[in-house]
Ligand binder design. Sequence first.
Ligand SMILES: [Fe+2]
Length: 227
Amino acid sequence: MNIVDGYKFVPGSHYMEGLTEKDHARFLSYFESQIQPDPYSSVRDRGMIKIVYNRSTHQFSKNSNQTYFQSYSANDTDGGKVRVFPRIGDELLSSNVFQSILYKNQHYLDEYCDRTETANLNISVHFIRYKAPRGGASYSSPIWLHLDDEPLVFIHLIQLTRNAIGADSVISGMDNKPTNVLRLARPFDTLIVDKTKKHAVTPLGSTDGIAYRDVMLINLEAKEQQR
Ligand SMILES: [Fe+2]
């Protein structure tokens, strides 16, 4: 049995409950202050912090390991190697916006912990900015339909600028034939994916000036990613 049956779209309005537009704007500027050019790709900026969720106390804390590993089968572009990203500051853990988002995801985390008998869950939090000038392209790693190592991934949109083209989320079965296309467009629009369906995001372009797609990924790490 899987938690979200392949994928689930949750409108940003759900995550905005209890938050204001000002909170969102402040979180966007925090996001911007924490990202740097991706050491592995010039088309993105990134930041990462790894945290630990304790199922019994419901507390989140910083992980002592801050490197990120994906298998080659999950990512044929950057998998099979340990990657070190620019670090997001520890203050993220005390951000009211971050805490509010985690709180709304908590029942998924608890369900996963209970089902897999996990007391402490490793979670990687990624800030990823896709940036494309007019006529250019930014894209995801891996580039096209894939299954992540992570049993559950939350893709929270921070912003998609109005000049963006492309950047649509695609869902498919294991046969790679797309079954659903949707777009994270509003603040905190969220796509949750598990390992029963594949997913991808189409490359980002721009109609004018530089387009940005800013996302925060909250990834539940699998045992094979612990390096
Ligand atoms: Fe993915």
